[in-house]
Design a protein around this ligand. Structure first.
Ligand code: SAM
Length: 188
């Protein structure tokens, strides 16, 4: 398959006073583990988009972070698809769902995916809109942990580092100390 379907993270219920770090960490984790973008619903907070855009500028690749309105409407449209975009699959991360190890192998890989994480209480309607309600264990924990474990399982065979094109700086794996290429100092 030469066309790689998009994978976006959907952050619900962002609260500007309580969730700044959590939502930023969701975006950073989503980007680092292979997502194409994140759509944030809730309080409008442009500083988060700015942070994620700056990180992509420095460390490479394209990550489309943006705010949206009407999350349930967005997800319904995403599932339906349209002229330019094929119908997508909605995966909702929730401690009440079926195990990610059982659910993920059933998800089609030839369609765009929207991976939804909650913040404050999620609308009950979401459970019906989602194609899959998926848990990472059935204990309450963190949206960042649930996202990371799910994405690690989904992208396990994809060479992620090659996606971060045109970086200003690139960190190279090293057994000791820091190994960093800086484009301004020497070409990559
Ligand atoms: N207090 C909120 C509520 O009543 O819905 C839940 C907050 S929880 C910290 C935030 C999000 O983390 C959830 O909406 C879900 O996406 C994710 N999450 C937490 N535990 C999870 C689990 N065991 N499996 C999958 N996702 C989980």
């Amino acid at each position: 398959m030469d066309w790689l379907p998009t994978f976006d993270v959907i952050r619900l219920g962002h609260r500007v006073d309580r969730d700044k770090r959590m939502t930023s960490h969701l975006g950073l984790t989503a980007r680092a583990l292979g997502a194409d973008g994140m759509v944030i619903f809730g309080d409008h907070d442009p500083s988060i988009v700015q942070t994620l855009t700056e990180v992509s500028g420095r460390f490479g690749g394209k990550f489309n972070a943006r705010f949206g309105t009407n999350p349930m409407g967005y997800l319904k449209k995403f599932k339906q698809g349209g002229e330019d975009c094929p119908a997508g699959t909605v995966i909702h991360l929730t401690m009440y769902g079926e195990s990610h190890l059982e659910a993920l192998p059933k998800v089609r890989r030839d369609r765009p995916v929207a991976l939804v994480v909650g913040g404050a209480k999620v609308p009950g309607e979401l459970f019906g809109i989602a194609d899959y309600n998926v848990s990472v264990g059935n204990q309450p924990h963190s949206e960042v942990a649930a996202l990371a474990i799910t994405m690690s399982e989904w992208f396990k065979s994809v060479a992620l580092e090659s996606r971060f094109s045109n970086p200003e700086i690139k960190v190279l794996p090293s057994k000791s100390g820091k190994s960093i290429f800086d484009r301004k100092k020497e070409p990559l």
